[in-house]
Design a protein around this ligand. Structure first.
Ligand code: 13P
Length: 234
């Protein structure tokens, strides 16, 4: 079971260090995506990895403001987020760059959490439209890549407090599982009250959490809930 926390543009070097020091040793796979400025050589429990929220698909070069492989290597980072809806929609990251990043990360052998999710107008059209939309988002990447993890994050559920329903997650996960055997996460307003029912869905292999994971107490609580759950380790 994978529990991932996306800090987005939150936390400083000091608060990140304090946060990471409190992460317990558990059988769960924990992934933390803090801002670049907080990277350091932390002593993390087994199964806990730091990842990069973003990178530019180059070793190094003239790409002002970007971080390449050389910079991630310095911290031993080999886990990345690609396709997050905030990068797609707020930062206007083009699909072509997203695919380029996937191919680069695959070539590097990095673990990839690849995010997909439909906007509200597509959800309102119904399940068939959602499935078609997600299929398009997934069709240009290698769905058999062995270090691929897919995160289903409906755009309308991110940071809104409005999670997709269990039925919606279940139905969408089943469709994605037809396309890929990669572990499958759900993200979008997951919190201490909702995490258990979500991870207990048959095809759910974990969660990608934003706002509810930015404070250590609820994050530890969510780890405890999943860890004590009988579905246990995948
Ligand atoms: P929230 O949990 O704040 O909805 O964010 C989800 C997310 O974007 C994780 O990547």
């Amino acid at each position: 079971m994978i529990i991932a926390s996306n800090f987005k543009t939150n936390h400083t070097r000091i608060s990140t260090k304090e946060f990471l020091e409190k992460i317990p040793q558990t059988p769960l796979q924990i992934r933390i995506f803090p801002p670049f400025t907080t990277f350091d050589n932390y002593n993390l429990p087994k199964n806990t990895l730091l990842g990069a929220q973003n990178f530019y698909p180059v070793e190094n070069g003239a790409f002002t403001g970007e971080i390449g492989k050389e910079q991630l290597d310095e911290f031993g980072l080999n886990c990345v987020l690609i396709g997050h809806s905030e990068r797609r929609n707020v930062l206007n990251e083009a699909e072509s760059l997203i695919i380029e990043k996937f191919n680069f990360a695959k070539k590097c052998g990095w673990e990839i959490i690849y995010c997909v999710g439909e906007p509200i107008n597509i959800r309102e059209e119904g399940e068939a439209a959602v499935n078609e939309y997600l299929k398009k988002q997934l069709e240009k990447i290698d769905l058999n890549y062995e270090k691929l993890i897919i995160a289903y994050e409906p755009v309308w559920a991110i940071g809104t407090g409005l999670s997709a329903t269990l039925e919606q997650i279940k139905a969408t996960h089943s469709e994605i599982k037809k396309l890929s055997r990669a572990p499958l996460l759900y993200g979008g307003s997951v919190n201490v009250d909702t995490i258990l029912n979500i991870v207990n869905l048959n095809e759910c292999d974990g969660v990608l959490i934003g706002s509810a994971s930015w404070k250590i107490e609820p994050f530890l609580k969510m780890i405890e809930i999943v860890n004590n759950n009988e579905k246990g380790v995948i």
